[in-house]
Design a protein around this ligand. Structure first.
Ligand code: HEM
Length: 392
């Protein structure tokens, strides 16, 4: 009996020793990747085994982390997310080379191809190669000047509301929290131009559009880092119950888009929003022999077959949602910083005001007259240079 127990124990010990050895071997092999940049003579921060440089991301946030590395290592350096090497390039000439001349070699973003749930599987920022090119070419025409002109009434309506709100606040001498106000302005504009929904969150800060968007736009640092650098892990956790607080808000915006698409036929004259324009484009594309429900992944493998295809309903809703996501926070950031910088630079404010008075006088701003405001355009560009609302 004693002998048997001893035998059992020694088997368990061997199993543990074997497992630990295999684990160490795997870790050693995985960590060999950390030589990548040293071997190439590219500088960069020292990675922590298996974690890479992710601790700095948690510690400083992505923007500050990259700014620090840039100061320390210059315009080209290498970092690791877990064991994945990433070359960071902030040299402008090289960036131009990558994004323009050599774009055919770098068309894809850093996504893992594992986001198979709605809406992510169809958003432009997740798609790759020919599929991305196809959806992008279907979406680009809705930003033509003709289509943008059709969206102007929605923008004018919200701008009038904002101006009245600011006037009243100024008369009462009230202080304004700019970022929140500009976020609500941006949301009202997007609800109008994306779905033809007339919101007034400028006066109703608790509007559910703003609340839902805030959940998606302001995830905590851990969620943000997982989303950007470990999407596989993020979607694995989401799939198995840990929804990170996103699901309800996602479902809300998808339902809004689906309902906007359903109503398209009923209100053709009034509707000039993204969803309407996308459905219109889809209807035109699918007038021919091509079946709108063709399964992209299985049947459309070459770029010539992609080009015969309209957008699917999933692609339309996913990208209407992406417009909101991509436009809401960026526009809010640019407008709030432009207001702020004009307020602290009264001589620039005076020049901008004189230009607006001269060009617009007492008429309503429209697409053509907005394009004549060159000094104001310069102020907006300067605000973006000083406080960039997005990075890539
Ligand atoms: C000042 C405002 C904006 C800034 C600074 C900005 C910045 C950017 C940047 C840096 C990217 C590239 C991101 C990457 O490659 O990972 C991007 C992509 C994108 N943005 Fe914006 N954006 C702004 C406004 C908007 C608006 C208003 C919309 C929609 C109405 C929008 C829709 C998109 C879309 C759809 C993409 C992906 C394009 C593609 O994959 O082909 N953005 N934006």
């Amino acid at each position: 009996m004693e002998e048997e127990t001893e035998g059992c124990l020694s088997l368990a010990s061997w199993l543990i020793i074997g497992a630990v050895t295999l684990l160490l071997l795997w870790a050693w092999k995985a960590c060999r990747v950390y030589n990548t940049f040293t071997a190439m003579g590219v500088p960069g921060p020292k990675p922590i085994p298996l974690m890479g440089n992710l601790l700095d991301t948690f510690k400083y946030g992505i923007v500050e982390q990259f700014a620090r590395y840039g100061r320390q290592y210059g315009h080209i350096y290498g970092i690791f997310t877990f064991t994945k090497p990433m070359l960071l390039v902030t040299d402008l000439d090289m960036a131009r080379e990558i994004f323009v001349k050599k774009f055919h070699s770098f068309p894809d973003r850093l996504t893992e191809g594992s986001m198979n749930s709605k809406p992510w599987k169809d958003v432009l920022t997740h798609l790759k190669g020919d599929h991305w090119k196809h959806v992008r070419s279907q979406l680009s025409p809705i930003f033509s000047s003709g289509k943008l002109k059709r969206m102007m009434p929605a923008i004018q309506r919200v701008t009038v509301t904002l101006t009245e709100y600011l006037k009243k606040a100024a008369e009462k001498g009230e202080a304004i929290e700019l970022k929140g106000l500009c976020g609500r302005f941006s949301m009202d504009v997007f609800a109008g131009v994306a779905f033809s929904i007339e919101l007034d969150s400028i006066h109703n800060p608790d509007d559910k559009f703003v609340k839902r968007a805030a959940v998606i736009m302001n995830p905590n640092k851990v969620v943000m880092t997982l989303l950007l650098f470990a999407p596989r892990l993020f979607w694995f956790l989401s799939k198995y119950g840990l929804d990170m607080g996103f699901k309800e808000s996602l479902d809300f915006f998808l339902a809004v888009s689906e309902s906007a698409a359903k109503d398209c036929g009923q209100d053709k004259e009034r509707r000039t929003d993204f969803v309407r324009l996308l459905v219109e484009a889809q209807e035109e594309e699918t007038k021919g022999a091509v079946d709108a429900e063709i399964n992209h992944q299985d049947q459309l493998v070459t770029s010539s077959t992609w080009s015969q295809k309209g957008l699917t309903a999933d692609e339309i809703h996913a990208n209407a949602f992406l417009f909101l996501l991509a436009g809401y926070e960026t526009v809010a950031t640019v407008t709030s910083f432009t207001f702020f910088l004009l307020a602290v630079n009264p001589e620039c404010q005076k020049k901008a005001q004189e230009e607006v008075d001269k060009i617009l006088g007492k008429t309503k701003v429209d697409y053509e007259s907005a394009n004549l405001l060159t000094y104001l355009d310069m102020c907006i560009n300067e605000a973006m240079r000083l406080y960039p609302p997005a990075f890539m």
